[in-house]
Design a binder for this molecule. Structure first.
Ligand code: UD1
Ligand code: CA
Length: 453
């Protein structure tokens, strides 16, 4: 971000009053997620990172869900309701109370355009800092149909004309309006209140702002961005396209920061996934929100992680599932078909095969044998299992919580552990084996003739 932006206060107005009917969804459009975060959340994060000191979110009537998400994404976001959908300028004016507080910079963002970067918002602000009163963002579209067209002379933005209002000659312009805008706070209310609705759609167009500013003798500028950054989301097909673009951006950033991905296109990241240096991610791995993988850990193929920390040098999968509250220490090994939830594993502990650990604390260097299950739920409450440092849990054991296996405790294979196991003790709880000499031979002799050929 250019340093000179920080000297000025900045109000971001995020328009989130979209109807979103083409999503065919019970959920408002701007709450649909990309990389595990709502589109509204992405836009709020970008304007925040561009230095917005104040944020106003304009929502439709009766949209408490959008208001709640806005405030969860950014505490202090002020909510404004646009009662009637009379156009983008009308929507911005719903936040007049905030505009009237005299911020230096105003940026207007659309919550259904979730890929715009903080750097782009910062560039718009920097142009205000250089004296422009209105700054628009254009992009070159191979097919500009439907978009507003930018009429420019050099880097001066002379005006924007909506597709529906454009002449044939104007429709041949391929520089399209991305929609978002930056306006000097000093002139914002004045410019916006001069916008009328004498146009094809009888709407108050934000896009009239540049021409009005020019008529007031003010400076207007155009900046450009790649189309991939300003693509909007109106339906699920465009949602998937935005998801793909965001995934590609996140993977590239991870690899540039020192992560190896064998097949990046098959790895799904969340907006907040943190992968350390020399982490290796094999194909078909899904990272839900809030995952931290520390340096040198390996996530093997087909694993699903969410709300988990993986310590340095640990190994997870293939086919592992780490659920929220999983915390793996350094060099822990979690093998195939293991599910872990709300459980900590100390340094060097091993859970190699076919296991469920829930609501447990496992000490350092403990070994959990194949097929071990913590029976953490009794139908009413979740109960805890504690396994001490260096303990050994034999294969196919059930640990009926609440229960503790103390440091160095040893559980014989196939045991159903219902009582605490003292330090250094062996627990065995299974039916004793008896061998009946000759039984098998006699059994086969009796039945041999019954076998159909
Ligand atoms: C807008 C631009 C167009 C640009 C295009 C880029 C205007 C007049 N036109 O057109 O130049 O090429 O974006 O995608 O700005 N909104 C409200 N209240 C309203 C109307 C809109 O909150 O009354 C919000 C919408 O939810 C959306 C945004 O403003 O987030 C843009 O509105 P939309 O109707 O989609 O504008 P476009 O016709 O796409
Ligand atoms: Ca649109």
């Amino acid at each position: 971000m250019p340093d000179d932006n920080t000297a000025r206060s900045c109000l971001a107005i995020v328009l989130a009053a979209g109807e979103g009917t083409r999503m065919k969804s019970a959920l408002p459009k701007v709450l649909h997620r990309i990389a595990g975060r709502s589109m509204l959340g992405h836009v709020l994060s970008a304007v925040h990172d561009a230095g917005a000191t104040h944020v106003g979110v304009v929502i439709g009537p009766d949209r408490d869900d959008v208001a709640i998400e806005a405030q969860a994404a950014m505490s202090g976001a002020e909510i404004f309701v646009q009662r009637e959908r009379l156009g983008t300028a009308h929507a911005v004016l719903a936040a007049s109370a905030a505009l009237g507080r005299g911020h230096n910079d105003v940026i207007v963002a659309f919550a259904d355009t979730p890929l715009v970067t903080a750097a782009t918002f910062a560039r718009l602000r920097a142009a205000l800092g250089e004296g422009a009163a209105v700054v628009g963002l254009g992009f070159e579209a191979p097919d500009p149909t439907g978009y507003g067209r930018m009429i420019v002379a050099g880097d001066t933005l002379e005006g924007i004309v909506e597709h529906k209002d454009a002449t044939e000659a104007q429709r041949r312009i391929t520089l399209c309006n991305a929609g978002l805008l930056a306006i000097s706070g000093r002139y914002a209310l004045d410019i916006l209140s001069r916008i009328g609705d004498a146009n094809a759609q009888k709407e108050f167009y934000l896009t009239d702002a540049p021409a009005i500013a020019r008529a007031m003798g003010l400076v207007t500028r155009v900046l450009t961005a790649p189309e991939s950054e300003v693509q909007g989301v109106n339906d699920r097909v465009q949602l998937a396209a935005a998801e793909a673009a965001m995934q590609s951006r996140l993977r590239t950033a991870a690899m540039r920061a020192g992560v190896t991905m064998l097949d990046p296109s098959s790895v799904f990241l969340s907006h907040d996934t943190k992968l350390g240096r020399d982490v290796i991610v094999e194909p078909q791995v899904f990272f839900g929100p809030k995952v931290i993988v520390e340096d040198g850990a390996v996530i093997h193929a087909c694993s699903h992680l969410e709300g988990a920390r993986v310590g340095a040098g640990a190994s997870v999968g293939p086919f592992a599932r780490l659920r929220p509250g999983t915390d793996l220490g350094a060099k822990v090994k979690v093998g195939n078909f293991v599910e872990i939830k709300a459980t900590t594993l100390g340094k060097g502990a091993k859970v190699s095969h076919l296991t469920y650990l829930g609501d447990a604390a496992v000490g350092a260097e403990a070994n959990i044998g194949a097929g071990t299950i913590t029976c953490n739920y009794d139908g009413y409450a979740k109960n805890r299992t504690v396994i001490g440092d260096g303990a050994f849990i034999g294969s196919n054991s059930s640990l009926v919580a609440p229960v503790t296996v103390a440091t160095g405790g040893y559980v014989g294979s196939g045991t159903v552990v219902t009582k605490d196991v003292p330090s250094g003790a062996l627990a065995v709880g299974r039916a004793r084996q008896t061998n009946i000499e000759g039984w098998a031979d006699a059994f086969h002799a009796r039945n041999r003739d019954r076998k159909k050929t």
